[in-house]
Design a protein around this ligand. Structure first.
Ligand code: FPP
Length: 243
């Protein structure tokens, strides 16, 4: 990832929460005349390094879109490969990472009930290994932004709490992680794809042409520099913009 050759770009409090739509695995494989699943394997292989780089750069919350509520519509063979890749990644990489890194934990966004039993159990095991660490990876698995809001609203009804913005923010899947400051999408498409609809209300978006398996340190640095070049207003005005 090239992070060793030069000084690492460090973030400050303006950029502690980053989300990524990891798109382009299929096209990456197609370019190599290989099946789409080959791209997913390559995509899975770069996740650990990406997370460690972001952590070293000072990011505290990373949310990754691994599988959407709509992705079940893909051919069964492709879905099975992704589920197996996620299981293998959790079992071989994440469990090991949590054992050796007291600052790292992982949470899953989405309804786990629809996941294969073995994977569901592994997700629960991983979540129970560590909690509330300085660095958290939220892995969106069977996740949909609309489903997230409906789920939070149902929780509020069940608990007899009023449906307010503050309460929804407390019961969405990503809580207590702060809303993403930046959402990066690889693969070049300008689409939200039902990702973090609530949480992304004021996020900055950076769209990269890079296909996910090629995502590199340079892509992260470029996205972060782009983020810092923007003026965030959150619907208001910044100082000196009143006239
Ligand atoms: C989008 O690429 C990618 C996905 C739907 C799956 C993402 C899965 C991984 C990165 C690997 C497994 C995940 C983990 C956490 C180990 P696409 O297939 O839509 O690509 P395309 O737009 O080029 O067709």
């Amino acid at each position: 990832m090239g992070s060793k050759e030069k000084e690492l770009f460090k973030v400050d409090d303006r950029l502690r929460s980053v989300a990524i739509i990891m798109d382009g695995n299929g096209r990456w494989a197609k370019k190599r005349l290989m099946p789409r699943t080959f791209g997913h394997k390559a995509g899975a292989a770069i996740i650990e390094k990406t997370l460690m780089t972001l952590k070293e750069m000072g990011v505290h919350h990373v949310t990754l879109y691994a599988f959407s509520t709509e992705n079940w519509k893909r051919p069964k063979e492709e879905v099975d490969v992704i589920m197996n890749l996620v299981y293998k990644y959790l079992d071989e990489v994440v469990c090991d990472r949590i054992r050796k890194d007291p600052d790292f934990s992982m949470k899953f966004l989405g309804d786990k009930n629809a996941l294969p039993e073995k994977l569901r159990e592994k997700c629960i095991e991983v979540e129970n290994m560590a909690k509330d660490t300085p660095f958290v990876c939220n892995l969106a698995l069977n996740y949909g932004g609309r489903d997230d809001i409906v789920h939070a609203a149902n929780e509020l009804v069940r608990l007899g709490l009023p449906i307010t913005e503050e309460n929804i923010s407390k019961y969405i899947y990503t809580a207590p992680s702060p809303d993403p400051d930046l959402i990066i999408r690889t693969g070049g498409d300008f689409r939200v794809s039902n990702f973090l609809l609530w949480q992304g209300a004021y996020s900055e978006y950076v769209i990269l042409d890079t296909l996910w398996p090629d995502f590199s340190y340079e892509d992260i640095e470029k996205s972060f520099k782009e983020f810092y070049s923007r003026k965030r207003r959150f619907g208001g005005l910044n100082e000196g913009e009143e006239e």
